[in-house]
Design a protein around this ligand. Structure first.
Ligand SMILES: [Cu+2]
Length: 102
């Protein structure tokens, strides 16, 4: 009986590949929210600027850079590598966030 159950679990995993997800980070109050985001490689992260000031989301290691995100605008990036990415706003370097990709 145990063997049959294990077989079913394997079959279910093969039949349902994990789909890429879209995550949202909001820039508000001079902070990225959430400040730490866990994602999977292949996922997309959309940064939404709800404030008047323009911002960027710029990885300190060069992994991504949204460029200028104006008030009320969004910018999306795809996560292509596993690891922890620290990012800042290029205009306000004290505004920081982290993406942990597995
Ligand atoms: Cu900023």
């Amino acid at each position: 009986m145990k063997c049959i159950i294990a077989g079913l679990v394997v079959a279910a995993n093969l039949a349902a590949p994990v789909a890429a997800e879209e995550h949202r980070v909001t820039i508000r109050g001079m902070a990225f929210q959430p400040s730490v985001l866990k994602v999977a490689v292949g996922d997309t992260v959309v940064f939404a600027n709800t404030r008047r000031a323009a911002h960027t989301a710029t990885a300190t290691d060069g992994a991504f850079d949204t460029g200028r995100i104006g008030s009320g605008k969004v910018a999306g990036i795809e996560i292509t590598n596993a690891g922890t990415i620290h990012y800042i706003c290029d205009y306000h370097p004290s505004v920081q966030g982290r993406i942990v990709a597995n």
